[in-house]
Ligand binder design. Sequence first.
Ligand code: ATP
Ligand code: PLP
Ligand code: MG
Ligand code: MG
Length: 298
Amino acid sequence: NPDIKRVLSIQSHVVHGYVGNKVATYPLQLLGFDVDPLNSVQFSNHTGYKTFKGPVSNEKELATIFEGLEENELLPLYSHLLTGYIGNPLFLRQVGHILKKLRLANPGLVYVCDPVMGDNGELYVPKELLPVYRDEIIPLADIITPNQFEVELLTEKEVRSEAAVWEAMEWFHQRGIKTVVISSSDLGQPGVLRAFLSQQNGPRLAIDIPKQGGKDLVFTGTGDLFASLFLAHSHGSKDIANVFEKTIASLQAVIKRTVASLPGGGNGPVKAAERELKLVQSKTEIEQPQVLLKAQRL
Ligand code: ATP
Ligand code: PLP
Ligand code: MG
Ligand code: MG
C-alpha cells in the first residue's frame, strides 16, 4: 500500500540539540510522514560535547517496547524502518529480529540503514558491531547510507579512488542492496565533498558539494539528517537523481543557516552548542528544496 507513510525510527535521542531522532523526526513530519521514534539512548547532548550523560537502552528494553507494538497489532502500519546510531551488538541483532517481523506484517516495508560506526579513520562504536552489520543487518537493507570510512570497514577494502567506490558499490549490490549512497567523501577537489550514489540496474551518480564553513568546522547530525531526507524523498519516486539532489539541497540550506549564525562566520573556534544545526529555522528549505547542485551521471 503506497499510501502508508509511517517510519519506525530507531536512533538516539538527545535532550539538547539535533542528532539522531531529534534531527530526523521534524523533516520526516514536514514531508508528510508519521514518525514513531524509538530511542536507542537518551543523552543530555551529542557525544562531541565536553561531556554527555544519560542511559543507553539494551536489547531487552527494545524487545519489550516492540512487543507492545506487536500486541496492539501496529506492525502493518509501518512503511519504513530507519536505523542510525546503535552502540551495542546485541541491540543491533535485536533490530534484525524486529525487521523480520515488520516485513512479515508488511512485505513492502523499506529498510533504510545508516550503519553508523565511525568517521575519518576512527571507530566510535565497539568493534563487535562490524560483523553484525556486515553479515546480519546490511543484507536485509533496501537503502544504505554509509560514509567512506564505513564502506571501507564493511567491504574490508580501502576506498581511495573513484574506481574503488564503484567496486565497493557492487559489493553491496551483490548482497542485495538496491540503493547505496555515500553521503560525503574526500575524493573531490580540495574544499569539495564528493557524494556518490549507485542503484542496482540503475544509474551511478555523483554530486560535488563545496565545503561550507572554515576548514576545521564539522557538523554533527548531518549524516542522520541526510538519511531521513533521503528516505522521505525516495518514497514513491522513480527519479533517483532528483531524490539525491533534493536531499543535498535541503542539507546545504540547513548548513548555510547554521554557518551564518556562528560567531565570526565559523572561522575561529566554535563551541559544540554553537554548531547545532538550525533545523527548525529551515522549514521552508526542507519542504521546498531549491536544487543548486546537480547530480552527474557517470
Ligand atoms: P556520518 O554521519 O556517518 O559521519 P557522513 O560522514 O557521510 O556520515 P557528513 O560528512 O556529515 O556525513 O555528510 C552528510 C552530508 O552533510 C553531506 O552530503 C553534505 O551534504 C553535508 N555536509 C556535511 N558537512 C558539510 C560541510 N562542511 N559543507 C557542506 N556540506 C556538508
Ligand atoms: N547520535 C549521537 C548520540 C551522537 O553523539 C552522534 C554524533 O556525535 C550521532 C548520533 C551522529 O551524528 P552524525 O549524523 O553527524 O553522524
Ligand atoms: Mg562525516
Ligand atoms: Mg551518521
